[in-house]
Design a protein around this ligand. Sequence first.
Ligand code: PEP
Length: 257
Amino acid sequence: STARKPLIAGNWKMNLNHLEAIALVQKLAFTLTDKDLDRAEVVVLPPFTDLRSVQTLVDGDKLRIEYGAQDLSAHDTGAYTGEISGSMLAKLGCSFVLVGHSERRQHHCEDDQVVNAKVQAAYRHSITPILCVGEGLSVRQAGGHVAFTVSQLDAALNGVKTDQAKSLVVAYEPVWAIGTGEVATPDDAQEVCGAIRARLAELYDGEVADAVRILYGGSVKSDNIAGIMAQPDVDGALVGGASLDPVEFVKICRFGE
Ligand code: PEP
């Protein structure tokens, strides 16, 4: 649908201290024009320790770049040492939060139940979850990628209401394509993103399926973004490594043009 505004999100992972974060956001702000930002929503996802600095910069200069976190706690407050709550992120002006990134699922034992609790925590604080789903290499090789990814979606959205689901962002990130330089073909991305949208229509309704932005993620670069963006059910990209280079990231925000 033409009503969905494309969204390009940069996942910085565990890179850049708060001074480096300010420098990168300043470069993006200097380069991205109003026309660029009319055409695509641009979001950066820095480490927690950078968020206050990014907030100060975005608010002070009234930047149109949005920001969010890479994770949040399933809980809202209390004895959860080391955790960061959705209310803390909301207070820092975060519009988005990644939930269930494959690196969290792999290295921090986040299962579907935890991911579901975190999606609900994001909605409790009016932060848009960017729900990450996607299969590993063995599942792909066995041909189970659509079923696997759709079942992750089902589990993550358990109990999420229709009005909440309308604002959802889903990122299809095949694990074998993340940080490997191995990008899915545009057809591979479309196959699974199309299946995700069809499933959203079944779980909710056509209006939700039409409204939800579905991103592709996995080794996106300025020279492969155009083919991915040309797919009808791909509404943007979640960009890891390439989001740390401002020149490259701006090119991606322009869909490689
Ligand atoms: C990611 O971290 O979500 C990602 C897609 O990483 P990369 O672009 O580096 O593959």
